[in-house]
Design a protein around this ligand. Structure first.
Ligand code: NAP
Length: 259
């Protein structure tokens, strides 16, 4: 299927690794020119070089923290009028809510709720004026089924989801859709980090936790960044203008609800 987005411009936040990188690669494969971001310049530049080598697209790498005003400013200066915006940032740490201070909450809210809202605010009016826009927020399955040790994520991402539910119904009149992708367990550094936290708390080895978690998923495995990117690219396509305000779970069937 031709997704009809060749030549479009995308900002893909937090995309040197993992799910963000999966999205960047899938968009590049469709001919989308990219601005990719991450804090660590070396890894980011390697990813940019890999993508440029594999697909004939422009890739601009902006090293910086997307959760800061300055970091966002640099990204928007590199691409002030994107057609596609993929909101993503590192997830908050695991822990027990008794230990979290207001500062811990502000950090999580800033990264996983306010940063995407700021980037939407900066880009959505231009998309509406140009009559094409696709905004995807990478959130978490925790939006649908909270994960006890990830309370900061449960809370912050639910806030973003509520906000987006309101505006996604306003922008679609101008062919600007806003949707969220909710990853369940995907095989990335982030998931490995969560296993390490569980291992510390439980005493079980990381490898045993990994095997047990993979086996407990209905698919018998974790998802891959490539699968995640493919779903993202479809939602960014010119075929998906009638899908907006949706929260799409990619979890191998782990969520047990009928709907
Ligand atoms: P990952 O493999 O650890 O990759 C995270 C990427 O984001 C890296 O490129 C990282 O590079 C970049 N990054 C992190 N913080 C950043 C910041 N402040 N500014 C700019 N770039 C930043 O993580 P992932 O698994 O892809 O997870 C992506 C998101 O999905 C996270 O919010 C995570 O909580 C959520 N999620 C993941 C899973 C899963 O199973 N993997 C499940 C549910 C939710 P630098 O470190 O160099 O900045």
């Amino acid at each position: 299927m031709d997704l009809g987005i060749s030549g479009k411009r995308a900002i893909v936040c937090a995309s040197s690794k993992g799910l963000g990188r999966g999205c960047a690669e899938a968009l590049a494969a469709e001919g989308v020119n990219l601005v990719i971001t991450a804090r660590t310049a070396a890894t980011l530049n390697e990813t940019a070089a890999y993508i440029r080598d594999k697909w004939p697209v422009e890739v601009t790498a902006i090293a910086g923290d997307i959760t800061t005003v300055g970091g966002r400013k640099e990204v928007l200066a590199a691409c002030p009028d994107p057609d596609i915006l993929i909101n993503n940032a590192g997830g908050p740490p695991t822990g027990d809510f008794h230990d979290w201070s207001i500062e811990d909450w502000m950090k999580a809210l800033n990264a996983n709720m306010l940063t995407p809202i700021e980037l939407i605010k900066a880009t959505v009016d231009g998309m509406r004026a140009r009559k094409f826009g696709r905004i995807i927020n990478i959130t978490s399955s925790a939006v649908k089924a909270p994960i006890d040790i990830l309370g900061l994520s449960n809370g912050a991402r639910a806030g973003l989801t509520g906000f987006v539910a309101g505006i996604a119904r306003k922008t679609v009149i101008d062919n600007v859709t806003i949707n969220s992708l909710l990853p369940g367990p995907f095989d990335t550094d982030r998931l490995r980090g969560n296993f390490e936290a569980v291992s510390k708390a439980s005493g079980a080895s990381v490898e045993d936790i990994r095997k047990q978690r993979a086996a407990s998923n209905p698919a018998g495995r974790f998802g891959t960044p490539e699968e995640f990117g493919a779903a993202c690219a479809f939602l960014c396509s010119d075929k998906s203008g009638f899908i907006t305000g949706q929260n799409i779970l990619l979890d191998g069937g782990a969520f047990p609800g009928t709907l």
